[in-house]
Ligand binder design. Structure first.
Ligand code: MLT
Length: 399
């Protein structure tokens, strides 16, 4: 037996696993301290009543042989696919077909698994900093990666890669920086991809947090994008499904590629083949919950929760800026990206906050080298903890 030695290139721990390990260790050694986590972007507010009602109803169906559901369709139940199609696309003027939607257990799996249908020798471009899944999963198979720095120096707008990229990862609203691209800025990437026959992997997990008018919710708002882009969506941050697991991926039928033998292959057909082989569908109960997100009550209720988190973002941002710190994001995304004070490295700032005031955030360098000297706070905490965290940070840094 031989193992995949590329795993030796990615470090022992996934970023959030490493943060969790350090926090666990700290808590074991300081059982008397109250630690507040604004680290991993995990939700704290209850799932909304419309969704909970739908889940209860679906659960009762599972208790009766007449309404029991077994294996779910690989691509998702029609009731959910049609709700997604209508509400997330058609009603917003974006033309998508139902058979381009693949319901899944979340955007993490899909952004990680999409590489299954891509050749190992693709040249990959990934913004830096980035959600670690993109870099780690490409390193796992030994693909060559060019990082595209996103810093205050370029207003967090990545420049085109030096080496022509076959595959480009874009995440907007961005995790971790909380920054966005305008339609015009995103169009340049779509045009680049059309010109170079590249594939854009567009992670729109935070789309529900867009609050400004010229910011695209979907890459398919840009003409031509259906020829070059796959889009990932998630119910995790939109409707608090981090523990329930549901998301979906759009693979347009226009996306085709030539094989070395000059055959034309459809990425939609390939992803269908991949999913039906390796994935057995998202739980019926969870899909009924996701469907309820699109009801009028569901929409109203999730908008309230999103508003609550965005108020946390405002509290964190104004609290940090009052200290003279420079922050980014927080307007169209639930993340605040802050320059560390006193030129501390990201992990030094992490240690300072944890050891002195028991606040957990995520070190920017964990998202890539261009994140060094930055730190990410999430707005997904509860209000009390968020206010208390800002208070502790202000007291400590004002010393
Ligand atoms: C994050 O904190 O970046 C996210 O919660 C991680 C994830 O969505 O997997």
């Amino acid at each position: 037996m031989r193992i995949n030695e590329h795993y030796t290139e990615i470090g022992n721990n996934y970023l959030f696993a490493e943060v969790a390990r350090r926090v666990r260790e700290y808590k074991e050694n300081h059982p008397d301290k109250t630690v507040i986590s604004l680290g991993i972007g995990d939700v704290t507010q209850p799932i909304v009543p419309a969704v909970i009602d739908a889940i209860h109803k679906a659960t009762a169906e599972m208790a009766d042989a007449k309404t029991l559901r077994g294996y779910a369709p690989y691509e998702g139940y029609d009731f959910l696919v049609n709700a997604i199609l209508k509400n997330d696309f058609l009603d917003r003027g974006v033309q998508i077909d139902a058979d381009e939607i693949f319901v899944s257990d979340g955007a993490k799996s899909d952004t990680g698994n999409i590489g299954d249908i891509l050749a190992q020798d693709n040249q990959i471009a990934i913004t830096d900093p980035a959600y670690p899944v993109y870099v780690d999963t490409n390193k796992m198979v030994g693909r060559e990666i060019e990082l595209l720095p996103c810093t205050p120096g370029n207003n967090f707008v990545p420049a085109f890669p030096e080496k022509v990229a076959d595959v480009i990862y874009l995440c907007y609203p961005n995790n971790p920086t909380g920054t966005v691209l305008t339609k015009e800025q995103l169009k340049k990437w779509v045009d680049y991809a059309i010109e170079h026959q590249s594939l854009i992997l567009f992670d729109a997990a935070y789309e529900a947090y867009v609050s400004q008018p010229d910011i695209p919710h979907s890459i398919y708002e840009i003409p031509g994008a259906k020829k070059v882009a796959i889009e990932f969506r998630s119910f995790s941050k939109t409707a608090g499904f981090t523990g329930m697991r549901a998301g979906y991926t759009i693979v347009p039928k226009e996306l085709t590629t030539q094989t070395s033998k000059d055959e034309t292959l459809s990425l939609n057909a390939m992803w269908r083949r991949r999913q039906s082989t390796k994935f057995n569908g998202t739980a019926y109960i969870v899909q009924r919950g996701a469907e309820a997100v699109y009801t009028p009550e569901g929409q109203k209720q999730i908008r309230e929760v999103i508003g609550y988190y965005m108020e946390n973002a405002r509290i964190i941002q104004t609290g940090l800026e009052a200290l003279g710190l420079t922050t980014y994001g927080g307007v169209n995304a639930p993340y605040i990206w802050v320059k560390t004070p006193g030129n501390l490295t990201s992990w030094e700032f992490f240690d300072l906050l944890l050891n002195k005031i028991q606040i957990v955030g995520t070190p920017g360098s964990g998202f890539g080298q261009a994140g060094e000297g930055f730190f990410r706070f999430t707005a997904f905490g509860n209000r009390e903890d968020t206010i208390e965290a800002v208070r502790r940070i202000q007291t400590e840094l004002n010393r």
